[in-house]
Design a protein around this ligand. Structure first.
Ligand SMILES: C[S@@+](CC[C@H](N)C(=O)[O-])C[C@H]1O[C@@H](n2cnc3c(N)ncnc32)[C@H](O)[C@@H]1O
Length: 349
């Protein structure tokens, strides 16, 4: 079993400086993941994903100073060293170390070394692991610079008290909250397209936040702010009831395995919270490319007495018809994998 079951998104750490060699390894891990996604053969996909995980682990090891007095009798593998420098990644180290033999078989071109399902599972695990390793490492150089330079302009520090959105944006304009914005492409495009509205993004993935800050600064956008914290806490503690015009949650992690469903963001608590933060007529917009999650969202939203389905009894809407609806990074990925995109739009009664 992969340790993906134990993943909780890591909250952004204090800003830190990282050795350039570690950043280079992490960059090549990300490139490896992108290459793995494009591989047609299961073996090549498995090998690329496994190597990407190895490079991410090597980056974390390279970023840590060697513990004093740790004289080794024999060279140790990255998977042996990783738990010593980052104990939280111990299970992942064991998991990927166990996959090394399969990778060797795939690299050697042994027939049927890896099935397509094994390769896809490993790619998903490697993506989760690389994100965690990035979190352990901190950030890429460009993203670090973006945080250093632009957090004071766009960032909103989390505090367990209600935010005055009119004061934050310096005006009373219809505010949209996008939860889990990833690299922020979609959020920034919307903010630029609707200067008369205000946009607030919530995300826990530091590199994605850095990416958005850089792009936001380059674009000179004025109606965008970012909170780097868990979305449930932000909704519960920082958003006043009835204060939002729109809440968007696009392609949240689907956690496909049954035993991981409890980690999904869309639960009854989330639905009730999000609905309560919308003003009358406010909209809750969800999208996913994971059909069983879409069905579950539909069921949970229909159960919420504060919300009415804009699609009537039919269920899903045609997202392409929504003004300002642009494809997100995860959506494009889902489409490449042949997944059907499902969108839900509800209005606060
Ligand atoms: C599958 S990605 C989708 C990103 C983006 N919406 C897209 O479609 O490209 C899910 C995102 O949700 C973020 N996320 C997960 N749990 C979160 C939470 N509790 N609060 C804020 N963000 C969260 C993750 O860090 C990740 O960037």
């Amino acid at each position: 079993m992969s340790p993906i079951a134990e993943v909780r998104p890591g909250l952004p750490r204090q800003q830190c400086r990282v050795a350039p060699s570690a950043l280079a390894l992490m960059e090549s891990a990300r490139q490896g993941l992108a290459a793995a996604e494009d591989e047609q053969s299961a073996s090549a996909r498995y090998v690329s994903a496994h190597l990407a995980a190895l490079r991410a682990a090597a980056a974390v090891v390279a970023a840590r100073a060697e513990p004093p007095g740790s004289r080794r009798r024999r060279p140790q593998s990255v998977w042996e060293l990783l738990p010593k420098v980052e104990p939280a990644l111990r299970e992942w180290a064991a998991f990927f170390a166990a996959g090394a033999a399969k990778r060797a078989a795939a690299e050697a071109g042994l027939p049927r070394a890896v099935s397509a399902a094994e390769a896809d599972d490993l790619l998903r695990d490697a993506e989760a692991f690389v994100s965690l390793a990035e979190g352990a490492l901190g950030i890429t150089p460009g993203q670090q610079r973006a945080l250093d330079q632009h957090w004071s302009r766009f960032g909103v520090d989390f505090e367990p008290q209600v935010l005055d959105l009119a004061q934050l944006f310096g005006r009373a304009a219809a505010p949209t909250l996008e939860i889990g914005f990833g690299n922020g492409e979609h959020l920034l495009e919307r903010a630029l397209a609707r200067p008369e509205h205000d946009f607030l993004g919530v995300e826990v993935h530091r590199p994605g936040i850095g990416h958005l800050l850089l792009a936001a600064a380059n674009a000179g956008v004025r109606n965008l702010r970012v909170i780097a914290h868990d979305a449930i806490e932000v909704l519960r503690l920082q958003m006043a009831p009835g204060s939002l015009h729109e809440v968007q949650l696009l392609f949240p992690d689907p956690w496909p395995k049954k035993r991981h469903h409890k980690r999904r963001l869309v639960q009854p608590e989330f639905v009730a919270l999000a609905a309560s933060r919308l003003g009358p007529g406010g909209r809750l917009h969800l999208a996913t490319d994971w059909e069983p999650y879409a069905e579950e969202m539909l069921r949970l939203l229909n159960d919420c007495s504060l919300l009415a389905n804009c699609a009537g009894t039919g269920g899903f809407i045609d997202g392409a018809a929504l003004e300002g609806r642009r494809a997100t990074r995860f959506e494009r990925r889902g489409e490449r994998l042949g997944h059907q995109v499902r969108e839900l739009l509800y209005q606060r009664r």
